[in-house]
Design a protein around this ligand. Structure first.
Ligand SMILES: NC(=O)c1ccc[n+]([C@@H]2O[C@H](COP(=O)([O-])OP(=O)(O)OC[C@H]3O[C@@H](n4cnc5c(N)ncnc54)[C@H](OP(=O)(O)O)[C@@H]3O)[C@@H](O)[C@H]2O)c1
Length: 512
């Protein structure tokens, strides 16, 4: 990681405040307390009911599962049931079709989901050279669920260890099946009557051996949703507590440069502030909203209801809600950029859509050209459009998924391999799913999986941080006691970047 002298001298008062020397802010007293006043964007920790200052850190581990008995050669288990086996093109679908038929099923092996069925086995990610099957595969899976599905198995071919050992070679590439585990977990929660399995297999096994594993899983209703098979070994994923010690300070000085997508708003803005506060680095933030310019609209009207009244009084009739959203976004960006300027060596805002690889390349190139370096990236851009699968359109799923996953992939490609840290803010849904969060679950899970592929190119710290909800406005502050207090969340992330080495880490509030 490119590091330089931090230039920070801790104030002995309580260790939280700091005085910066020789930086752009020039000897001003800085720190959290200095911020708490007009420019405070986030609620004070003590003002948020249920928020926890203690953040629980958990890591993911592969665990051994009991082997399953060999499936019987023939029988009537699936008598009269209709199965669709989306073809892998390599013989697994054909083998599996034969086995299902010998159990009484009627089986078809199309290239995509093309009608109602009782059982759907989705093998598209096993095709040689396949690109990521999500988000496209969501539509067919949703339609099948709508039609009254009873069995759903989605396959990935990342070697039976979920791609965690991927070394960059062609075999066991986690990319084609990325996100399917997250989607499967969410579907399992929303459709408890359906047997749901996300099966990771080793494509070096014979098609017959792989098909047998699918049959065995279909016949075991009790197994966990996520299972991997490598040879005779059967595995699952477990989430276990693991503490990490060390100062929450990324080794970065005032000449360091960090790019944060989504960094002008929401949780990522809080991370940006903490990075700036502890290092005084240059901060480059990116969002779709154009950079606010000119005088703020209705500066004396503090809230949404007041803005609605003011706009109606002004004679605006159409698009009032969109205008209010724009004004509020504009205010949040102004406040956050102002707060950042208190601490950062410089702050620059880039308007652009992170889903576009071209735009991302252009912005990364611009930053590198101007500053001569880019030390870290935090990809915090994300959308929340929660809805149950039965109500979630493919367009919405795609929007949420691509913002997180395509954005992350574009950034991972655009940065230089020697970047100090590359961080994606995933979500707890990526590990535990959550009703109504199939898109976020799939996207965060995909990033967690792809982190192992990014690690083959990027030499610095690669991390997907799955956060539980942070305490703040009504959107997230659901009142449950597992909320993360924002200062604590940002500090946990910085500590993880500086001292951790896991590809995926889960952070929750203490009560969860
Ligand atoms: N807040 C939480 O409790 C929480 C918990 C777990 C994980 N997370 C994760 O943390 C991140 C921030 O969450 P948040 O709740 O703070 O979200 P937020 O307030 O809605 O902010 C999202 C940010 O992403 C930007 N963005 C969205 N789509 C974009 C695109 N296509 N291109 C560029 N920028 C885009 C938005 O800016 P524009 O609107 O200007 O584009 C905004 O700055 C998300 O990735 C979320 O999944 C948050």
């Amino acid at each position: 990681m490119a590091a330089s002298g931090a230039g920070l001298v801790a104030d002995e008062a309580d260790g939280e405040d700091a005085v910066r020397e020789g930086s752009a802010a020039g000897g001003r007293a800085l720190g959290q307390r200095g911020l708490r006043g007009d420019t405070q964007v986030w609620p004070r920790a003590e003002a948020v009911p249920g928020a926890s200052r203690r953040v629980v850190r958990q890591v993911l581990r592969v665990v051994e599962l009991d082997a399953l008995p060999m499936p019987p050669g023939a029988g009537t288990v699936f008598a009269g049931r209709r199965f669709l086996v989306v073809d892998d093109g390599c013989g697994v679908a054909l083998e599996l079709a034969g086995m299902l038929e010998r159990q009484g099923a009627q089986v078809r092996t199309p290239r995509d989901v093309d009608g109602d069925c009782d059982g759907l086995i989705h093998l598209a990610a096993l095709r040689p050279g396949a690109a990521g099957v999500l988000p496209q595969a969501y539509d067919g899976i949703r339609r099948a669920l709508d039609g009254g599905l009873r069995w759903l198995v989605v396959a990935s071919g990342a070697g039976g260890r979920f791609g965690w050992r991927f070394d960059g070679g062609g075999i066991g590439d986690p990319a084609p099946g990325a996100g399917l585990r997250g989607l499967a977990r969410a579907v399992a929660q929303e459709y408890p009557e359906v047997l749901v399995r996300a099966l990771d297999v080793d494509t070096k096994d014979t098609p017959r051996a792989v098909a047998q594993r699918f049959m065995a899983e279909l016949l075991d209703a009790e197994a966990p949703v996520v299972v991997g098979h490598e040879g005779d070994l059967r595995r699952g994923i477990s989430v276990v507590p693991a503490e990490l010690h060390g100062e929450p300070v990324v080794p970065l000085g005032p000449d360091g440069v960090v790019l944060l997508t989504g960094g002008a708003r929401g949780a990522t803005a809080r991370v940006a502030l903490e990075l700036a506060r502890t290092s005084g680095c240059h901060v480059e933030v990116m969002g779709r909203t154009p950079e606010p310019a000119g005088e703020p609209a209705f500066p004396d009207v503090p809230d949404e209801a007041g803005l609605r009244r003011a706009l109606v009084a002004k004679g605006q009739s159409g698009e009032i809600e969109a205008t209010i959203r724009r004004i509020l976004a504009d205010r949040e960006i102004r406040r956050n950029l102002e707060a950042l300027r208190e601490h950062a060596a410089s702050v620059r805002y880039h308007a652009g859509d992170v889903r576009s690889p071209h735009v991302v390349r252009e912005i990364v190139g611009r930053v590198q050209a101007r500053r001569g370096r880019l030390d870290g990236v935090v990809h915090g851009a994300g959308l929340a459009e929660d809805r149950l699968v039965r109500d979630k359109t493919p367009e919405s799923f795609e929007r949420v998924y691509r913002t997180k996953v395509d954005g992350a992939c574009a950034l991972a490609q655009a940065v230089r391999p020697d970047i100090g840290f590359f961080v994606v803010l995933g979500g707890i849904a990526g590990v535990h799913a959550g009703r109504g969060q199939s898109d976020r679950a799939a996207a965060a899970d995909a990033c967690g999986t792809l982190a192992h592929a990014w690690r083959t190119r990027l030499r610095g710290r690669v991390l997907v941080a799955h956060f539980g909800p942070w305490a703040r406005g009504p959107k997230w502050a659901t009142g449950d006691a597992g909320l993360i207090e924002p200062d604590a969340g940002a500090a946990a992330l910085l500590r993880e970047i500086a001292h951790g080495d896991e590809a995926q880490v889960v952070f929750t509030g203490a009560a969860r």
